[in-house]
Unconditional design. Structure first.
Length: 248
C-alpha cells in the first residue's frame, strides 16, 4: 500500500507541477512577487497531496525565531520536501541554487524571474563573490536568503559536510542567521520513490546574531543544526506512547 501511495503521489505531484508552471506563465509580465506567490501556492498544494495521499504532514516549531526583514536562513537538507516546507513560511525568499537549475525550461526561467541566486560552482572564488554581491542586494530589499550549508541533500544521520559559502554570506550580509533543523529524510528519502507516513518536523532555531568570527559562526551553526536535527530524528523513531526513562 505504501508503494502504491508513493507512486500515486509522484504522479499527482508532477502533474500539479506542470499545471502550476503553465498557469504561472502570465507572471513573466507581472512584478517579481507574483511568481513567488505561485511558488508558495505550489508548495502548499504539494504538501496537501503529501498529507492526503501518503499520510505525511508537516509540523513547524520555532516560528517566533523568524525576525522580520532581511536575514540569512541556513537549513539542514535531507529531502525534496524541504523546499516545499520552507517556501510558505518565508515572506520574500530567495534561494541560493545551482546554476544548472536555471537551464530547465520554464522552471529555470521562473527562478530567474523570482530573483533567485544561481551559483556556478566551476568558477570557484569568483562565484562566491558574485553570490555575495547578489545576496547583499536582495537583503537590502528585505528578502530572506535561504541556503543549504551542506550544498546538497544528505541522508538522515549522515556525517555532516558544511561548506564555507554560508560563512562568506554571514560575514558579508551582517544580518541574523536563523538555523533550521528537520527530519524530512525519514519520510521523503532522497533518491527513492517510496515515501513513509508520519510527521515531518521543521524547527526554526534561535537566530545567530551578526558579528561572530568565521570559525565561531561555523561551529555555532553546525552544532545547533546537528544537535536539533539529531533530536528530531530520535523523537521520530521513539515508540508511540514512550514516556522516557522510568515514565518521566
Amino acid at each position: 500500500m505504501i508503494v502504491l501511495r508513493s507512486v500515486l503521489f509522484s504522479i499527482v505531484f508532477y502533474l500539479n507541477t506542470v499545471v502550476m508552471l503553465i498557469a504561472a506563465i502570465p507572471t513573466f509580465l507581472m512584478p517579481r512577487t507574483a511568481i513567488l506567490r505561485v511558488a508558495q501556492a505550489w508548495a502548499r498544494v504539494s504538501l496537501f497531496f503529501l498529507r492526503v495521499i501518503v499520510g505525511t504532514k508537516v509540523e513547524y516549531r520555532g516560528l517566533e525565531h523568524l525576525p522580520k526583514g532581511g536575514l540569512l536562513v541556513a537549513s539542514k537538507h535531507q529531502s525534496f520536501a524541504d523546499i516545499h516546507a520552507l517556501l510558505p513560511k518565508l515572506r520574500d525568499p530567495t534561494f541560493i541554487l545551482k546554476r544548472e537549475l536555471t537551464w530547465i525550461p520554464l522552471f529555470g526561467w521562473f527562478t530567474i524571474k523570482g530573483g533567485m541566486i544561481p551559483v556556478d560552482r566551476s568558477r570557484g572564488a569568483s562565484a562566491i563573490a558574485d553570490m555575495n554581491r547578489r545576496a547583499r542586494d536582495e537583503v537590502a530589499r528585505g528578502r530572506q536568503i535561504l541556503i543549504y550549508p551542506e550544498g546538497t541533500r544528505r541522508a538522515p544521520g549522515a556525517e555532516p559536510a558544511y561548506k564555507q559559502g554560508v560563512a562568506h554570506l554571514y560575514r558579508t550580509l551582517g544580518v541574523p542567521c536563523v538555523p533550521v533543523a528537520l527530519n524530512s529524510g525519514l519520510y521523503w528519502p532522497r533518491r527513492r520513490m517510496v515515501m513513509q507516513p508520519g510527521t515531518i518536523i521543521v524547527e526554526f532555531l534561535e537566530a545567530i546574531p551578526p558579528g561572530l568570527g568565521r570559525d565561531e559562526f561555523m561551529t555555532t551553526l553546525k552544532d545547533r543544526i546537528e544537535e536539533a536535527s539529531n533530536r528530531l530524528l530520535a523523537e521520530a523513531m521513539q515508540p508511540v506512547g514512550y514516556a522516557g526513562p522510568e515514565g518521566i
